[in-house]
Design a protein around this ligand. Structure first.
Ligand SMILES: Nc1ncnc2c1ncn2[C@@H]1O[C@H](COP(=O)(O)OP(=O)(O)OP(=O)(O)O)[C@@H](O)[C@H]1O
Length: 355
């Protein structure tokens, strides 16, 4: 619904946005610019400030410092505050927040009160058809499945043609099988319309797959932004690495561009002195079970069959913790000794494991 041609440059800019609650800095110095048609996934652990940021963008809360600009116009700042109703922003809530006493069509019409009745009706029916819920238009929310309610909430948010759509955990109320399908369909629809979107999620897989850009937050700050590939394959901090993958962590020592560990020497250039402590991060899916000689010999200490992969726990000499291995190979039920190979490129290293 958003027309890219009418929105050159950045649709949304956050400049040094901060928000404190007593001693807690819910947001600290947030800078972020979002281009027209971009889909951003805001992700991070519980309490990192995702909802606080959405609330400030929507205008239901005000920042203590910094500015929010929508299409180049300041909507929150030291000397200016535009009410939420006057910001052209759509919102899809986690629980959809449909009005129970209104039909699907009336729910969608709700956001179009400013339009003359006839035009509102035409617009509402157009989006209802576009989203594929035409046959549900006369039903009430309690007569709809979770996936159908989600689509009604989306139709209601999109009907006023918002400059930006904010979605707070929009798929988390759907069960797993439905969630993937509804997410794919919703994102395809939003891309087709060219809508600019900020979607909040705490699900790492969802963040990697859904957005053009992932914005990872920690303690009220943005710690890394980039494509899903950037965040997953090239995390800049242990926090970013561990958010997207349950790594095996193996202590070692940094020397001459390598991290030396009990399971071998791995080339990684770190900003550290020779002899400094370092931590090797090894992906569970970067270990494969091989016939004959591998890099590592170990003993199977546990296994959990997860369907697409089996997660193994393998004890290796000189390592305090067993290695986690995710493999698609089928091992005999009585398997005991296993040989592991480490796939190239499946390790990272950090010199400050806590940061
Ligand atoms: N109204 C408030 N009063 C006091 N503290 C608040 C308030 N709102 C948020 N906070 C605090 O600010 C921090 C950020 O909260 P926020 O709700 O933005 O996190 P979140 O990333 O959305 O978390 P979740 O994923 O659990 O929803 C938390 O420490 C929270 O306790």
């Amino acid at each position: 619904m958003t027309d890219r041609r009418q929105a050159p440059g950045h649709v949304l800019e956050l400049q040094g946005v901060g928000r404190r609650f007593g001693t807690v800095a819910a947001l600290a110095n947030i800078d972020l610019a979002i281009a027209a048609g971009e889909i951003i996934c805001l992700v991070g652990r519980s309490g990192c400030g995702k909802s606080s940021l959405l609330r400030i963008i929507a205008g239901v809360d005000t920042p203590d410092s910094g500015r929010v600009l929508l299409k180049g116009n300041e909507v929150s700042g030291p000397s200016r505050f535009i009410e939420p109703e006057a910001r052209n922003i759509g919102f899809v809530f986690q629980d959809y927040a449909l009005f129970p006493h209104l039909s699907v069509e009336q729910n969608v019409m709700f956001g179009l009160k400013r339009l003359p009745g006839k035009e509102a009706g035409t617009r509402a029916r157009a989006i209802i058809e576009h989203i594929g819920i035409g046959d549900l238009a006369g039903r009430y929310p309690h007569m709809l499945s979770g996936g159908e309610q989600q689509r009604v909430a989306l139709a209601r948010a999109l009907a006023p043609k918002p400059d930006i759509l904010l979605m707070d955990e929009p798929f988390s109320n759907l069960d797993r099988g439905l969630r993937d399908r509804v997410r794919e369909e919703t994102l395809a629809l939003l891309r087709g319309l060219g809508t600019t979107v900020i979607m909040v999620t705490h699900d790492p897989e969802e963040a990697l797959s859904a957005g053009d850009r992932v914005v990872l937050m920690k303690n009220g700050e943005i710690v890394q932004t980039g494509t899903g590939y950037d965040l997953h394959d090239r995390p800049k901090t242990p926090y970013a690495a561990e958010f997207f993958c349950a790594f095996n962590k193996i202590p070692g020592v940094y020397r001459d561009g390598h991290v030396e560990t009990a399971i071998g020497r791995f080339a990684h250039r770190l900003d550290a002195d020779n002899g400094a402590a370092a931590m090797l991060y090894l992906r569970p899916q970067g270990l494969s079970v091989v016939e004959g000689e591998g890099n590592l010999a170990g003993r199977l200490a546990g296994r959990a069959f997860l369907g697409e992969v089996e997660q193994l726990s393998v004890r290796v000499e000189n390592l305090a913790e067993p290695l986690r291995v995710r493999t698609t190979s089928r091992l005999p039920m009585d398997a005991d000794a296993v040989n592991l190979a480490i796939l190239p490129g499946s390790t990272l290293a950090f010199s400050h494991p806590g940061s």
